[in-house]
Design a protein around this ligand. Structure first.
Ligand SMILES: Nc1ncnc2c1ncn2[C@@H]1O[C@H](COP(=O)(O)OP(=O)(O)O)[C@@H](O)[C@H]1O
Ligand SMILES: [Mg+2]
Length: 329
């Protein structure tokens, strides 16, 4: 594969990820504060980035490491995902090893650890994390990332400078999508770009993904955007759950398999969306459903075969749906 081929196969959302803080779209408040903070990088505190998905949190964290460590950033940056790692002990081990094996250099003020989805850690794990942060605070800075600051324990919040990222507005998203389309030589209608904004509500990653899929159909127009956005993950998850609750196990299973194998949705994300959807429904046995979801979430986290677990989940939802019917009658 030539270098060009490899480049071509990178998804656009990754290919167009800004490398410099100055190229981050919007987030003016956060970016201006960061710029003044980085005037003396050596004094940078731990940082906490919160806000909705696809608004530039991870991108900004990576821009900062590049800015501070220049060519060495890869060697002195550790990226962890709090919800992928099997618990706080793994995080501690990885931080420890990283701190031990990366020699400090004179021109590098500290190492940086980016911990994504920090708000999904339990309170106990966060308490342990706080101790880890203290232990390594001399040569290490943490950039914690999450959706909600309220889910981060106070002792961590008070040790971090907090930056809030906001959903991008229509003008920003449309302009950015138009720019990418021009660079990729893609034909588009401006109204179709507005439609992409409407279905993605300020999540730029999702918007770029839909643009890329619609472009693959030859032309970014209303029709192709609707076709592509139709398979946008969350909507399909809702369909799978509804079918399962209605006892249409086979249909639910086929759609679920398609989501995972063709659309590439992670099983963990499927559960997350399913849970979001279910918790918004006014079902009679909400507690029962919460228990069932927690059970499968746990099994998948500890390493059970996710496809088998999700299949079992569909069957169980079918039973719950039946009980629900009986209660209503
Ligand atoms: N503010 C932004 N400016 C420019 N690109 C962005 C911005 N937010 C998201 N993106 C695009 O979406 C992708 C995912 O952004 P990311 O920073 O990972 O979002 P998150 O807030 O979920 O961490 C990036 O690779 C980039 O293409
Ligand atoms: Mg991120």
């Amino acid at each position: 594969m030539s270098k060009r081929d490899i480049h071509e196969s990178i998804m656009w959302a990754e290919k167009y990820r800004p490398l410099k803080i100055g190229d981050i779209v919007n987030q003016i408040v956060a970016v201006e504060r960061l710029k003044s903070l980085l005037k003396s990088p050596g004094n940078m505190p731990h940082l906490l980035f919160v806000g909705p998905p696809g608004t530039g949190k991870t991108t900004t964290a990576l821009c900062i490491t590049r800015y501070i460590m220049k060519d060495y950033w890869r060697d002195f940056t550790l990226e962890l995902n709090a919800s992928d790692e099997r618990g706080i002990n793994t995080i501690r081990d990885r931080v420890k090893t990283f701190a031990r094996y990366t020699d400090r250099r004179q021109d590098i003020p500290f190492r940086i650890i980016i911990l994504d989805e920090a708000d999904e850690m339990t309170n106990d794990a966060q308490t342990a994390l706080r101790r880890i942060m203290e232990t390594y605070s001399k040569g290490t800075r943490f950039i914690l990332i999450g959706n909600y600051s309220s889910r981060i324990i106070e002792p961590i919040q008070s040790r971090c400078a907090i930056f809030r990222f906001i959903r991008l507005g229509e003008e920003d998203v449309v302009n950015y999508l138009a720019e990418i389309s021009k660079k990729e030589g893609v034909k588009f209608e401006k109204d179709a770009l507005s439609s992409i904004y409407k279905v993605t509500t300020g999540d730029l990653r999702n918007a770029i993904n839909i643009l890329e899929s619609a472009a693959a159909l030859g032309f970014v127009n209303e029709n192709n955007v609707q076709k592509t956005a139709g398979i946008s993950g969350k909507a399909k998850v809702k369909d799978v759950i509804t079918m399962a609750l209605e006892g249409k196990f086979n249909d639910a299973w086929i759609l679920l398999t398609e989501l995972i194998r063709v659309y590439g949705m992670a099983e963990k994300d499927f559960l997350k969306y399913a849970n979001e959807y279910l918790s918004r429904q006014e079902l009679l046995n909400q507690g029962n459903i919460a228990e069932v979801m927690a059970k499968y979430d746990y099994r998948i986290i500890v390493g059970a075969n996710p496809e088998i677990q999700l299949t079992a989940l569909l069957a169980e939802l079918g039973r719950i749906g039946q009980e629900l019917d009986q209660n209503i009658r």
